[in-house]
Design a protein around this ligand. Structure first.
Ligand code: PLP
Ligand code: COI
Length: 341
């Protein structure tokens, strides 16, 4: 199979339309058998539940070309599980886990020419999503849905690749206590748009959201969880019921303990203790691990000793090990790598 003529090493995190996408329709209590389509557009009634009351959820995962030329996806079963949890919270039907993984496989296979080559620095981002499609005018769940998956080749999420980021403590809250912060619903991202545009206008790469209850604890950014490294080399990640349970973060905590022999702890992290950490990073499918050099809290600069020029040493080890596992250079824990072809 011949790869598309794309300048893989220079693409950013944008949308490049590929040939095929998957769609399954839910009607009268059942999902249909689903199929691939070449049509990238969706026609909906003006009163569709997704358009009026934002009943939409999504996932994000990646496919990689390994060093021996296979195409693999990273832990798609966990995306299926998280999407099921998101669906339950927005009163949507669950798309069955096995069918989710099969559909991911089908879409990636059908777009194999768009899976970036090994070593190019790019990957294939896979976007499963689901939305209420029939007309709904009183506030209630839709009773018809579409589950879809498209994919697009992507480069680094943050311009500048591995250059440490500067982030600011946001004045906006991302998620209410007992709200929807722990699920992957479009509404969580719509509310973050004003905050991220404001952060960018002020010269910051991202926002650090605090817990809305006390505004004293670190939660996450708009699209990634935090990882910190203490001065004695322990990996720490914030524990909160209102952050997204990142699959990358859960994988990195395992890598820290089982591959690197580090202590790794999930616990509440106070804004006041940021000065105690040696390194900080953002982790997620899109972000992979993006190092943070500086956090600015209303003019007060918290500079991590790892600095503004390169990743800290522990972050680097975590990054190399995780990407080594994803690209087949390092043996993966059982079940982490789903072979597509
Ligand atoms: N937090 C938020 C708000 C996200 O949107 C994402 C991206 O999916 C993550 C964290 C990272 O999660 P994952 O590692 O599963 O991609
Ligand atoms: C992901 O990492 O998959 C996400 O959904 C984050 C998003 C901000 C692109």
């Amino acid at each position: 199979m011949e790869k598309k003529n794309i300048d893989w090493s220079n693409i950013g995190f944008g949308y490049i339309q590929t040939e095929k996408r998957y769609v399954s329709y839910y009607k009268e209590g059942d999902w249909d058998h689903g199929s691939l389509t070449e049509d990238a557009n969706i026609v909906l009634n003006e009163c569709a539940g997704v358009l009026q009351y934002a009943q939409t959820i999504f996932e994000g995962l990646k496919a990689y070309t390994t060093d021996d030329g296979r195409i693999v996806a990273f832990r798609p079963d966990l995306n299926a599980e998280r999407m099921a949890s998101s669906a339950e919270h927005l009163e949507m039907p669950v798309f069955p886990k096995e069918r989710f993984v099969d559909a991911v496989t089908e879409v990636v296979k059908a777009n194999a020419a768009y899976v970036p080559p090994y070593g190019s620095g790019a990957t294939l981002y896979i976007r499963p999503y689901m939305f209420g499609s029939n007309s709904v005018i009183g506030v209630k769940p839709a009773n018809e849905y579409q589950f879809r998956i498209f994919c697009t080749p992507v480069g680094p999420y943050f311009k500048g690749g591995a250059k440490p980021l500067t982030i600011c403590v946001s004045d906006f809250d991302r998620a209410a206590p007992h709200g929807t912060g722990h699920i992957k619903a479009g509404l969580n991202y719509a509310m973050s748009l004003h905050a991220i545009v404001t952060a960018h206008k002020n010269g910051y790469d991202e926002n650090m959201y605090l817990d809305p209850g006390t505004r004293s604890k670190v939660e996450e950014t708009g699209g990634a969880n935090f990882l910190f490294v203490t001065k004695d080399g322990k990996v720490v990640t914030p524990k909160s019921d209102s952050i997204l349970p990142s699959i990358t973060r859960r994988s990195l905590m395992h890598v820290a303990k089982e591959y690197l022999g580090l202590e790794a702890e999930e616990r509440e992290v106070y804004l006041d203790e940021l000065t105690d950490f040696a390194e900080c990073g953002l982790c997620g499918t899109a972000a992979v691990i993006s190092p943070v050099g500086k956090v600015v809290d209303h003019g007060r600069e918290i500079c991590f000793p790892s600095g503004m020029t390169e990743m800290g040493p522990v972050t680097r080890k975590l990054y190399d090990t995780l990407t080594g596992i994803q690209m087949g250079r390092i043996e993966a824990p059982k079940g982490w790598i789903h072979v597509i072809e």
